[in-house]
Design a protein around this ligand. Sequence first.
Ligand SMILES: *Cc1c(COP(=O)(O)O)cnc(C)c1O
Length: 227
Amino acid sequence: MSAPDAEAVSGRIDDLRERLRRAGGSGVEIVAVTKGFGVDAIEHAVRAGVRCVGENFAQELVPKVAEARRHGWSFECHFIGRLQTNKVRSLVGAVDVWQSVDRAALVHEIAARCPGARVLIQVNATGEADKGGVPLGQLDDLVGLARDRELVVEGLMTVGPTDGDPTRTQVAFRATRSAVDRLGLTVCSMGMSDDLEIAIGEGSTMVRVGTAIFGARVRRERDRPDP
Ligand SMILES: *Cc1c(COP(=O)(O)O)cnc(C)c1O
């Protein structure tokens, strides 16, 4: 699927920056989520000044990011989707920040294949059974393991409740930010197109935004793993 043209993307990124500013988050990092769109989405976002690009699916990411780098566009690639251990190997070299690390097996695999990698630990702060992320009660152990394996744990990532309920979203984001502080981390990746104001209000430092920049995607479960 091709992205809207460069002008449209840059206009929407301006609007997004204005939304962030009004919510009190002018310094918040934008991760432009390009899943479902072609390499032109990366090009337009980077030209509009976005530094980070997010992708969910290994098979889609690898060729797209390789092509973008061949063009010389400079950006950080963040992996934000459900990650299977057997996909890690194919992603090494393409991914700069692993945002969805949520279990010991993944820590071990990333540490083995990509020593010293920059990671965020994904937290399930909503208690939903079908959601990725380590439960808050097991978070400290997983952060400890990642540090023991010499991964660079920059922060935490979380996804709000699927039903979008504002109160539950706020509770989940508050718990995540408080864990970031307690663990002495810096990055708090939370907030998407529909809940970024709540996320900023609760102390997000990084929002992951697709729809508000590129428009609606062909539907695919937002965090279903690769086939
Ligand atoms: C798809 C996705 C996003 C972006 O969602 P939008 O609603 O399109 O802004 C952010 N984070 C994760 C983990 C995603 O899977």
